[in-house]
Design a protein around this ligand. Structure first.
Ligand SMILES: Nc1nc2c(c(=O)[nH]1)N[C@H]1C(S)=C(S)[C@@H](COP(=O)(O)OP(=O)(O)OC[C@H]3O[C@@H](n4cnc5c(=O)[nH]c(N)nc54)[C@H](O)[C@@H]3O)O[C@H]1N2
Ligand SMILES: Nc1nc2c(c(=O)[nH]1)N[C@H]1C(S)=C(S)[C@@H](COP(=O)(O)OP(=O)(O)OC[C@H]3O[C@@H](n4cnc5c(=O)[nH]c(N)nc54)[C@H](O)[C@@H]3O)O[C@H]1N2
Ligand code: SF4
Ligand SMILES: [Mo]
Length: 891
């Protein structure tokens, strides 16, 4: 089909920090299609599986469409008046620090800017913090210590130009897939390019790695201080750079040399030979980029990890050059924008500092604000502790789901429940957080709102609306400004549009700047509605044409000058340490993170049948040796517990996992599973400098859950309630799929009826295999299957892919119906196996069959099955299947 260019809207993907350009189009029949924007410099037309499935996530199912007070619909005036008057009254009675905003890197810059302005300049407290505290805070703190500013100096192009890329605590293949693909493509063109992966797990990202260092949890400080010492010992330093542009090298080298190689090997869990190979490669490769993400940031030594990495780049002068530098890749679409507007409790707007009286004065004058916060506010973990102990009495949560994503999540939930006044702005009517709000404010979603975001390479792009706003949903900036006006700050919040807010934000960035601050987009200070509408993606800094670029050419730090008072970069003296938390009661390291096709708490990706098939259940990845030790079999249900809580998950026994550790994804919530909110397990331990939680190193215990019955069901309708100890629901093409495990026997026909819907019309077929202990039920409405339930004493072996397809098949034929009760594909249906390629719905069995038939490369599989030829997110998994099959064949 030829795409009508004229009707496509140029916007930006709302998921990860790669910030891909998207072209969205609404057809005359209302059908939405999206494709990658070939002209966007982040992706040049590519999209990953999540970006490709965006159209499946924008339906109105479950949307919050009207403001609500205490669960009842109300109008905007009433809701806004209540929020404004309660905040004002709380401030009058208890002081300005008795209120707080908890916001998100998924707000657009304009939303974020007004939220920060209201709290810091008009309420006069700095109690605004963001989920970026859980995400980027250690990088921010590390940058500020080393550079005197929160500057990410790199560009994506540097990744393609590098001769060595070191990926530290980053699962790029799944979390920044388009960047991963750009690196994979560059590596194909330049086979000499090397990639090293530092991750306790052998993730899919290892597919492009020449070397995988399966580091022990939090071994990174030891690894990189060891590297600095090695560079010193092997004459691999750039002495001229160190002398001309830095301070503190001597102390840093001294501190870094505290451990010898054997000590580093012990602290990292790596072999001395591996260490030397990595160190020598780094020493010998001038064009090195070190990319890091949550394996670095989410740690009680996160800031030190960041500086240990930056130290190595400063010591070799590998910064401010093309193809070289430290590169913190951001997670959320607007993590960077949030930093620019000062959304963190310890920052002021436009990269100014809250502790600096000159900066405070400047921001106050610019805003004509009555006051400005004088000290940093509470960081996320402290903020919810203050909610718990009653210091914070009114809380407004926007675009984040802390009941699922904050550490010690059960305590966070209890704090929110006990808080006298909680406002939540969200797009959904029901999330684990929204359910506790006194006031629910319906926010406009992606596709319905206008604004801007900044990606990992400091590129600012527009998000543009292409859908009508449903119900009474409103843009976040509008909601915040309306509350501000009702609190008496009319003039400062009379913004007519996002364009007006963006222009003010740009003007503040340039205000009395003259090159003294890195963040300057003064060139856009005068942008009008038309200019904003036409805005093309640009990278900052972008100072006003008449203004001065100051000390900075467009590539940050190219001339060796930094934003510290003396203009020199600072080495930070860091002693190698190890962080061991395990004990005999909690002998395993719990590591948490992401999967390929889900986004955070699944409020959007959970709507997509395609994205829900890749990994349809919450799981615990565990090494075979540990599984054996704890008596756990593959596909068993396990309880994972810590001092803070317990969850029930499916066991996935795999060699990819480091022995002694267990990996659990962060995505599953009470909306999709019985008890799988992993943050209920995570201790509220934070980095002492950044305040970022250590979500990847928690002491835990894993035990087999003894189930008398396992179940699997496919259902046309979502069941009203599920009475099972373990359950997990996922969308599929014509309904839902459900996994179950039960601790005690039930009346199974009753149980089936409760899932199928007690009053649902139709006929139920049942089968009971007494010897094997199998029960099977299938319910038909006419020739349509509305529900099938399989129960067995062991994990149910029925093919999930096949069963899901039966919901959309025609079952006029009685034999076919019997096949469903038998749980076996009939004559002409095939079992595709677990879905690997979400774009074309290609399963593992099909790929394995094609390998057996002679397709032995990812390209050949693509040519035969199309798998891997659209977004490419599954190419690493296809390669893994090919290798496994060939290995098997060779045995
Ligand atoms: N599919 C998908 N993509 C996403 C997101 C999503 O939800 N889903 N979220 C986005 C967001 S907000 C973020 S912040 C990014 C996160 O992107 P990533 O940081 O790449 O993702 P994570 O899975 O959180 O963690 C990365 C890796 O750190 C490893 N790790 C754990 N402990 C350590 C350690 O001590 N040292 C080292 N070196 N590594 C360790 C983990 O095993 C894990 O593989 O992803 C973004 N992209
Ligand atoms: N254990 C563990 N915990 C973690 C992490 C980890 O790796 N391990 N990672 C952490 C990281 S890096 C991050 S970024 C966080 C993410 O955690 P969260 O921010 O809590 O997760 P999301 O699901 O992205 O929540 C976004 C919410 O905003 C709503 N929403 C979507 N669009 C809009 C909008 O336009 N306006 C408004 N008002 N609402 C909207 C969605 O419906 C959803 O409820 O989780 C953190 N928590
Ligand atoms: S890599 Fe994927 S999720 Fe990230 S911005 Fe691009 S399309 Fe969206
Ligand atoms: Mo994040």
């Amino acid at each position: 089909m030829k795409i009508d260019e004229a009707r496509e809207v140029r916007t930006t993907c709302p998921y990860c920090g790669v910030g891909c350009g998207v072209l969205a189009k609404v057809a005359a029949n209302g059908e939405v299609t999206v494709r990658g924007d070939p002209d966007h410099p982040a992706n040049f037309g590519r999209l990953c599986s999540k970006g490709s499935a965006l159209a499946e996530t924008i339906d109105l199912d479950g949307r919050l469409l009207y403001p609500e007070i205490h669960g009842s619909r109300t109008d905007w005036d009433e809701a806004l008046d209540l929020v404004a008057s309660t905040f004002s009254r709380t401030i009058a009675e208890h002081g300005r620090d008795a209120v707080a905003f908890y916001v998100s890197g998924q707000l657009l810059t304009e939303d974020y800017y007004v939220a920060n302005k209201l709290m810091k300049g008009f309420i006069g407290s700095a109690n605004i913090d963001t989920n970026s505290r859980l995400c980027m805070a250690s990088s921010v703190a590390g940058h500020r210590r080393a550079f005197g500013s929160d500057t990410v100096p790199g560009s994506y192009e540097d990744l393609e130009l590098a001769d060595l890329i070191v990926l530290v605590g980053s699962n790029l293949a799944w979390c920044h897939p388009v960047l991963y693909q750009r690196i994979a493509a560059a590596r194909e063109k330049r086979p000499d390019m090397k990639v090293v992966l530092v991750d306790p797990r052998r993730t899919m990202t290892s597919d492009i790695a020449d070397m995988h260092l399966a580091i022990a949890a939090d071994g990174d400080v030891a690894l990189f201080t060891g590297l600095l010492a090695h560079l010193g010992q092997h004459n691999a330093l750039d002495r001229a750079y160190i002398t001309a542009h830095t301070t503190g090298f001597g102390q840093a080298l001294f501190a870094a040399s505290a451990l010898d190689l054997a000590g580093i090997a012990a602290a990292t869990g790596l072999g001395e030979d591996e260490l030397v190979r990595f160190y020598s490669l780094f020493a010998a490769t001038a064009n090195t980029v070190t990319v890091y993400s949550q394996g670095v940031n989410q740690s009680s030594s996160g800031t030190d990890k960041v500086n240990a990495i930056i130290n190595c780049h400063l010591a070799t002068g590998r910064i401010g050059k093309s193809g070289a530098g430290p590169f913190s890749v951001t997670g959320q679409p607007n993590a960077m924008g949030g930093r620019e507007v000062g959304g963190l409790a310890n920052m002021l707007a436009a990269h100014m500092e809250i502790e600096n009286p000159e900066h405070r004065d400047r921001v106050q004058r610019f805003w004509s604000a009555p006051t400005v916060a004088e000290k940093p506010g509470l960081k996320a973990v402290e903020m919810f502790q203050a909610v718990a102990d009653g210091r914070i009495k009114a809380l407004w949560i926007m675009a984040t789901n802390p009941v699922d994503s904050m550490p010690d999540a059960d305590a966070v939930e209890a704090a929110i429940k006990a808080c006298p006044f909680v406002v939540v702005s969200d797009v959904l009517a029901k999330t684990d957080t929204v359910r506790h709000a006194h006031v629910r404010l319906p926010a406009a979603a992606w596709g319905e709102k206008d604004g801007s975001v900044t990606n990992s390479e400091r590129r600012i792009s527009r998000q543009r609306a292409f859908l009508a706003t449903p119900g009474e949903a409103r843009a976040d900036w509008w909601i915040i400004a309306e509350v501000a006006k009702r609190m008496g700050f009319d003039e400062a919040f009379s913004h007519p549009s996002p364009a007006d807010i963006f222009a003010e934000h740009a003007a503040l960035s340039a205000f009395e700047n003259d090159g003294a601050r890195d963040f300057d987009i003064g060139a856009y200070a005068g942008v009008d509605e038309e200019g904003y509408e036409a805005l093309v993606p640009f990278q900052w800094p972008a100072p006003s044409p008449g203004g001065t670029i100051g000390r900075q050419p467009i590539r940050f730090f190219a001339n060796g000058s930094f934003y510290t008072p003396d203009g020199r970069a600072k080495f930070i003296a860091i002693r190698p340490t190890a962080q061991t938390r395990t004990s005999s009661d909690y002998p395993l390291v719990l590591n948490t993170g992401r999967v390929r096709d889900h986004w955070h708490t699944m409020t959007r990706t959970g709507k997509s049948p395609r994205l829900s098939q890749h990994l349809a259940e919450p799981f615990a990845e565990i090494h075979p040796a540990d599984a054996q030790h704890f008596g756990i079999g593959d596909a068993d249900i396990v309880s994972v517990s810590t001092e803070h809580g317990e969850v029930l998950l499916r066991a996935l026994v795999t060699m990819r996992q480091r022995p002694g550790s267990v990996f659990v994804p962060m995505h599953w919530t009470d909306q999709f599973s019985a008890r799988a909110r992993v943050d209920a397990l995570v201790a509220p331990i934070t980095d002492p400098i950044s305040g970022q939680p250590a979500s990847k190193n928690v002491a835990a215990r894993v035990e087999r859950f003894t189930a008398v019955a396992f179940g699997f069901a496919v259902l046309a309708e979502r069941p009203a309630s599920i009475d099972a100890d373990y359950w997990s629901l996922a969308r599929c093409a014509a309904g839902w799929r459900l996994e179950l495990a039960l601790e005690a026997d039930r009346d199974w026909p009753d149980f089936a009826a409760s899932l199928f819907g007690a009053d649902a019309p139709g006929e139920t077929l049942a089968y009971h295999d007494v010897a094997g202990g199998h029960y099977r039920f299938a319910r038909f409405a006419g020739s349509r299957l509305t529900g099938a339930l399989y129960l067995a004493p062991r994990p149910v072996a029925v093919s999930r892919g096949w069963a899901v397809e039966q919901l959309s098949a025609d079952h006029a034929d009685r034999r076919g119906r019997l096949a469903i009760v038998a749980g076996r594909p009939g004559g002409n249906s095939v079992d595709r196996g677990a879905i690997v390629c979400s774009c074309f719905g290609v399963g593992a069995n099909q790929i394995a069959e094609a390998v057996a038939g002679g397709c032995v490369s990812v390209e050949a599989i693509g040519a035969t099955l199309h798998a891997g030829t659209n977004c490419g997110s599954c190419r690493a998994e296809i390669r893994t299947i090919i290798e496994a099959r060939r290995l098997h064949a060779a045995e």
